[in-house]
Design a protein around this ligand. Sequence first.
Ligand code: NDP
Length: 284
Amino acid sequence: MGEIIYGTELSAERKQKLKERVDGIKAQGKRIPCLAVISAGSDAASASYMRGRQKACDEVGILTKVIVLPEGSRQADLENAIAECNDDSTVDGILLQLPLPKGMDEERALRLIDPAKDVDGQHPLNVARMHLNKPGFVPCTPRGIMAVLARMGAELDGCQAVVVGRSSLVGAPVAKLLLNANATVTTCHSHTKNLAEVCRQADVLVVAIGKPRMITADYVKEGAYVVDVGVNRLPDGKLCGDVDFDGVFDKVSAITPVPRGVGPMTTCMLLENTMKAYEERQVW
Ligand code: NDP
């Protein structure tokens, strides 16, 4: 029977440590770390993520600067907002809320973020650093997944790891991080043949596809460590992951639930990356 690793619990512990660090900064009378969140358009999901992130910053004492570009804003407005945050020495981290509305150029916008403030690791320089296994900002969800695997006690060195999904936000970077940790990594996607057979080889299985409960017991090796990144809304309004949690639970060593699994870790890593940016910029 598997162990359930709750991201809610792990992130609460890490946030408490962050709060203590921010309290220490306050006690020394230094400038307080600040995260700028830029969003464009009126996407309801983005608005809810924004509120969640603001609340998490409040909990640990990190300041937020929220810039909401109204509907109909243009690329130039977005770029001005990014430039404003780059130039503002009191801003340590910049998070651009994705996806951007149609007509805005995401790649160009991400390229304009100061790499030293790029707390979601999306600037090409930080992407390159991760691929070269050099220090830099690592995207929040993949970093959160690695923290979960560490908590599970999964031995990554020399293990067989399978990542299902190859997006630039989750699948591709997590595969690289696992490789950096000396796992032997296979990345799967929608063209992969015999997916279940490939997944059954995995000591560590990370699933980020966005297909409700697609990964059943048939895909899972006995004793595997399973991280379910998917967040899917069912017709009854409830959330579920990409893994059939109840079906695989008896087979795994450890597994994350959905909700309360990877999601809270993503937010927590955003806070940790903001603190890292603050400390590395040394603008007190
Ligand atoms: P994308 O849609 O960008 O990527 C999905 C990936 O899954 C693609 O690489 C795609 O393959 C692959 N895929 C789709 N269908 C299959 C299939 N039948 N078999 C094998 N591979 C398949 O999604 P994201 O990576 O952004 O997100 C994935 C999931 O994770 C979503 O549910 C999302 O909501 C969730 N998520 C959760 C976060 C959290 O904090 N908990 C953060 C970010 C995402 P191909 O490349 O060939 O199209």
